[in-house]
Design a protein around this ligand. Structure first.
Ligand code: M6R
Length: 611
């Protein structure tokens, strides 16, 4: 939530920051703002996208070599010019941008109001800023010291960048819970919520840790903890190319990312899945094999699409490894005082590695002695850093707000994990192990087959784009895909959609079926096939409009359906990797045909760093 960019050095700060904000816009896009310091402080803010901010400052004074910028996903206060960041302190000297939530802001605001402070926004950020100003005045201390005192008193999550107009040579930054990366250039520094605004200038970065404060000058970076002790910055080399974060000729990131899946799944399997020698090599698993094979219980925590990947994993782990698996919404798991025993394995699944609900769930499970394994896409993000072990999905930066390639990357990693653990436990026969490895190896090519021609899916999208509701149904391994299909349609096309296990229909949702209701069956050939054919019949008997995802060559499901999208055959355990692809495309084309911004759907943000 919210993107943060800062620059200090010889370059013009404005273009660097605007370009950076555009790269971070996936994190929030309801308003944007920028503060620059030259002889005076220049502050510009605008409701809307970064492009609106850019247009609004045409012809204004923008020359400066230091600045901070923000693109917002509103938490406290509606999206508006006045609630946009940066904020200005009452004395007009300090300016601040913030990603996160200050939970005890109301009591601090009251305290400050009693002292005569006034507020021009509804945000918690403006409260924090004036709190810092107040401490600086009362304690007669430096800005850095005032910030340190303030941070010890606030409750919540933050990544902040702070500037004082009387010190145009310093940006002070701090983080707890929300990400911050500092790029190290030659006589210049770049600050951002992730590496994408930095990558074209330098590949050397420092990931700031929780409870650290960075004092950043053009030619100096000092890191300290909240106890004012200096920390040694750990410099990491970015393994990312600029092309990975550009659209590369596609109309939208979402479409590009859908089409990247043959290669992202291949990259995920490469060097790990070795059917020729009958091995799966994953260091995170191999180094912790005893813990994973002896686990009595695996708890998977995740949110949204990643939670759906967790549901698929539940089926896989239980079937192949014979381990009891529970899949939890991270937000619920954390707050309901769950039973976590020493020896429990917690698998956290996350594209961004920054999802606040997942992070706090992990922190509390870790305190209770669980072993934490992260399945994450964003390299260097927070979840891998607090996990005991893990496996990256290697899908590359996912920019479209709707998760697509990260999801299939998660499924690929989880399949390999299940297979590797099953092999080590002896709960899978060698023949089935080799068979599944070969099937998995063939997945990238089969995904490519589905993507070869999407004309048919575009026609289906056109036909159903004006529906107001839809039901998505599946059984077994395809049940989570029904949920995922419904989530994709909701977020991208704003059509109300629900996913259900197909057999649950008759326990209630079937009452919704009319001639106008599209009912989407994920009905590939698997051990539930006969059963789902009956479920399709039940909808047909009630004149529902049936759209299906079926296996190539199947004749029964298509004959019962108004429209069918085909996928190649595979083992049922791996079917989700294929059956999700037509559903991603369907949502994409419905959204585009309705004229929506599919990369930045309303009210959403890519990285949900607030609880
Ligand atoms: O980064 P994460 O995987 O932890 O994010 C979890 C969800 O916020 C995310 O999957 C969300 O549901 C996406 N918008 C789905 O497309």
């Amino acid at each position: 939530m919210c993107g943060i960019v800062g620059y200090i050095g010889p370059k013009e700060a404005f273009p660097v920051i605007i370009k950076g904000l555009k790269r971070l816009e996936y994190r929030g896009y309801d308003s944007a703002g920028i503060a620059l310091i030259k002889d005076d402080l220049m502050l510009y803010k605008k409701k809307g996208k970064v492009a609106d901010l850019e247009e609004s400052v045409l012809g204004k004074e923008l020359q400066a070599n230091i600045g901070i910028g923000h693109t917002r996903w509103a938490t406290h206060g509606e999206p508006s010019d006045r609630n946009a960041h940066p904020h200005l302190s009452n004395d007009g000297n300090l300016t601040l941008i913030h990603n996160g939530i200050i939970e005890n802001y109301a009591s601090i605001k009251q305290e400050l109001s009693n002292k005569g402070y006034t507020f021009s926004s509804d945000t918690d950020t403006e409260v924090l800023l004036n709190f810092i100003q107040d401490i600086k005045l009362n304690e007669k201390c430096t800005l850095e010291e005032a910030l340190r005192i303030a941070l010890k008193r606030i409750v919540g999550a933050y990544c902040i960048l702070l500037m004082d107009k009387n010190d145009p040579s310093t940006i002070i930054a701090a983080r707890k819970g929300s990400p911050l990366v500092i790029g190290i250039g030659k006589g210049e520094h770049f600050l951002a919520s992730d590496a994408t605004p930095i990558i074209e200038y330098t590949k050397e970065v420092v990931y700031v840790n929780d409870y650290e404060i960075a004092i950043v000058k053009a030619d100096e970076l000092i890191l300290k903890n909240l106890g004012n002790e200096k920390q040694t910055p750990f410099i990491t080399k970015l393994d990312m190319e600029l092309a990975a974060i550009e659209k590369g000729g596609y109309d939208h990131f979402m479409l590009k990312e859908i089409h990247e899946q043959p290669s992202t799944i291949f990259d995920c399997l490469r060097g790990r899945l070795l059917p020729q020698i009958g091995e799966i090599r994953m260091s995170g698993i191999d180094n912790n094999l005893e813990k994973l094979t002896s686990a009595k219980r695996i708890v998977i925590v995740a949110c949204g699409t990643s939670w759906h990947a967790g549901l698929v994993a539940e089926y896989m782990f239980e079937e192949l490894c014979r381990i009891n698996v529970e899949v939890e919404y991270a937000s619920e798991f954390r707050y309901r005082n769950p039973v976590v025993n020493e020896g429990d394995v917690i698998i956290a699944i996350s594209q961004s590695g920054e999802t606040a609900d997942t992070l706090v769930a992990l922190e509390s499970a870790k305190e209770k002695g669980a072993f934490i394994f992260g399945v994450v896409n964003a390299v260097g993000s927070s979840i891998p850093r607090i996990s005991h072990a893990g496996a990256y999905t290697h899908a590359g930066p996912e920019i479209g707000v709707a998760s697509t390639k990260a999801f299939t990357g998660q499924l690929a990693v989880l399949s390999m994990m299940a297979l590797r653990i099953a092999q080590a436990k002896g709960t899978i026969s060698n023949e089935r192990f080799i068979h599944l490895m070969k099937e998995l190896e063939a997945i990238p090519e089969k995904v490519q087959d589905i993507l070869k021609d999407t004309t048919h899916i575009q026609v289906i999208a056109e036909k159903y784009m004006n529906a107001t509701n839809a039901l998505f149904l599946g059984r077994g391994y395809n049940f989570p895909i029904a949920l995922e299909g419904a989530l994709k349609l909701k977020e991208i096309s704003y059509i109300h959609a629900e996913g259900y296990p197909a057999a649950e229909m008759k326990h209630g949702p079937i009452a919704l079926v009319t001639e106008e209701l599209p009912v989407l069956f994920v009905a590939t050939k698997d051990s539930y096939y006969e059963k789902i054919v009956s479920n399709v019949q039940e909808i047909k008997a009630r004149k529902g409009m049936i759209i299906s995802v079926a296996t190539e060559g199947d004749q029964i499901i298509p004959s019962l359906s108004n429209d069918t999208m085909f996928v190649p055959e595979t083992d049922e355990i791996l079917a989700p990797l294929l059956s999700v692809i037509p559903l991603q495309l369907l949502s994409y084309y419905v959204g585009v045909k309705k004229g929506y911004n599919v990369d930045m759907p309303r009210n959403l943000a890519k990285s949900v760093t607030v609880e």
